[in-house]
Design a binder for this molecule. Structure first.
Ligand SMILES: Cc1cc2nc3c(=O)[nH]c(=O)nc-3n(C[C@H](O)[C@H](O)[C@H](O)COP(=O)(O)OP(=O)(O)OC[C@H]3O[C@@H](n4cnc5c(N)ncnc54)[C@H](O)[C@@H]3O)c2cc1C
Length: 377
């Protein structure tokens, strides 16, 4: 992977932080479902939130590679901790960077570069896979809009200062009538509803975000009116590479546990067990190859949709298989704090669900191929 020297050095710093700080906190974060505020602060000071942000807005202007690699490195230790900057940058920062006005860029990017948390709020009850079925509305009022509705299962829900929320602005235009609004936590009428207990990534806050007559200026629109759905889909192209990097980190953590188990206690012997390990490594390698390719495609803009879906599908499905196989190899040891494979298995499962389930990725892949023909991979 092409990274310059300063990116390499920063990633080394991220790795030291992950191994020395995140590793020892991961079980506790999971057991107590604690939001890791201390680690978030530290990621802010190391610069994890600023990797991908241009210098003009207070960032380090690193490549997409280094952002994704930082998520991968932290996910080896704790997928809750890695998800917080991943969502902030990929799902909140990126659409502002790519589609937002200069006003929005100046307002938000330098803050998230320092570690202020952001969220993307699309999902509603009855509008998960079908993101166009949302019921939240934004009605014109004077020079601005009034938002009403409710979002659910929003990552960083209770910890974010800033949100991007989708709302229907032109109901007759169906998915061509949705707009994306940038919202501030302090806006009147924006509140946090239920917080959900989850099977994995239990250290992240996942909540409802309720909008009750939230008045916003038209300057808070990201991109153009009625362009929100297109922006969301484009944003998820990058988001899915972030989930692939998370799934790969979880898989690497699992394989590392198996190797360490063998060094410390032995037991990965005999053809059956070793063949299983070889299959795990084979799957991981396929995930990494697609992930690298998807980063390349995202940077060149070519076939970004197809490659990010292939990457997320491969990495998410493999992570579930790899963590499950690792549990089989270690038996009861996989339930211990020393080899935290049952946690990794629960973390892996979620990568098949969010930012478009893996069934939806299959639909996207088939649709892209039928529409555009076979690409020259
Ligand atoms: C931990 C967590 C964090 C999340 N964070 C966010 C967030 O930050 N922001 C946000 O907006 N959302 C978030 N979500 C919501 C997430 O994006 C949705 O859960 C996801 O899109 C699936 O929607 P759903 O849960 O409503 O399932 P459904 O859409 O009801 O799907 C249920 C099942 O049916 C399958 N299915 C649905 N439609 C089809 C179809 N057409 N063809 C074949 N199969 C189909 C799905 O694959 C799935 O297996 C989060 C979810 C979780 C679990």
């Amino acid at each position: 992977m092409d990274l310059d020297i300063s990116e390499h050095e920063k990633l080394k710093e991220v790795e030291e932080f992950a191994v020395s700080k995140v590793r020892k906190r991961a079980s506790e974060i999971d057991d107590l479902a604690t939001f890791p505020s201390d680690l978030v602060r530290e990621m802010g000071s190391i610069g994890v939130f600023s990797f991908y942000i241009p210098r003009k807005y207070g960032g380090l202007a690193f490549s997409l590679n280094s952002l994704m690699e930082s998520i991968r490195i932290i996910s080896r230790e704790c997928a809750s901790t890695s998800l917080i900057p991943d969502v902030t940058i990929s799902l909140f920062g990126e659409p502002i960077l790519k589609y937002g006005s200069e006003f929005l860029k100046r307002k938000y990017l330098s803050k998230i570069a320092k570690g202020t948390i952001g969220a993307l709020a699309i999902t509603e009850p009855g509008a998960g896979s079908d993101a166009a079925a949302i019921k939240t509305t934004a009605s014109k009022k004077g020079a601005g809009y009034v938002l009403n509705g409710g979002k659910t299962f929003i990552t960083n829900g209770d910890e974010a200062e800033f949100y991007l929320a989708s709302a229907v602005t032109s109901p007759e235009k169906k998915h061509h009538g949705i707009t994306l609004f940038a919202l501030d936590r302090e806006m009147d009428g924006l509140s946090i509803g239920n917080e959900f207990k989850k099977m994995g990534i239990r250290g992240t806050s996942t909540t409802e975000v309720l909008l009750d007559n939230v008045e916003v200026d038209k300057e808070q629109i990201v991109g153009n009116l009625d362009e929100g759905f297109k922006i969301e889909m484009d944003t998820l192209n990058l988001g899915r590479i972030g989930i692939a990097s998370q799934a790969i980190g979880i898989s690497e953590g699992a394989i590392r546990d198996v190797i360490r188990f063998n060094e410390e206690l032995g037991g990965i012997n005999g053809e059956n067990k070793q063949f299983r390990l070889a299959d795990m490594v084979n799957q991981l390698h396929s995930s990494v190859a697609k992930y690298n390719e998807s980063i390349h495609y995202a940077q060149t803009g070519k076939e970004a949709t197809l490659m990010s879906s292939l990457s997320k599908l491969q990495a998410g499905d493999s992570a579930v298989q790899i963590t499950s196989d690792a549990i089989s190899l270690l038996g009861y040891h996989a339930m211990s704090e020393e080899y935290p494979l049952e946690r990794r298995f629960r973390e892996a499962k979620i990568t098949q669900i969010y930012e478009g389930t893996n069934e939806i990725q299959r639909m996207i892949i088939a649709r892209e191929i039928l529409k555009k023909g076979m690409p020259s991979f």
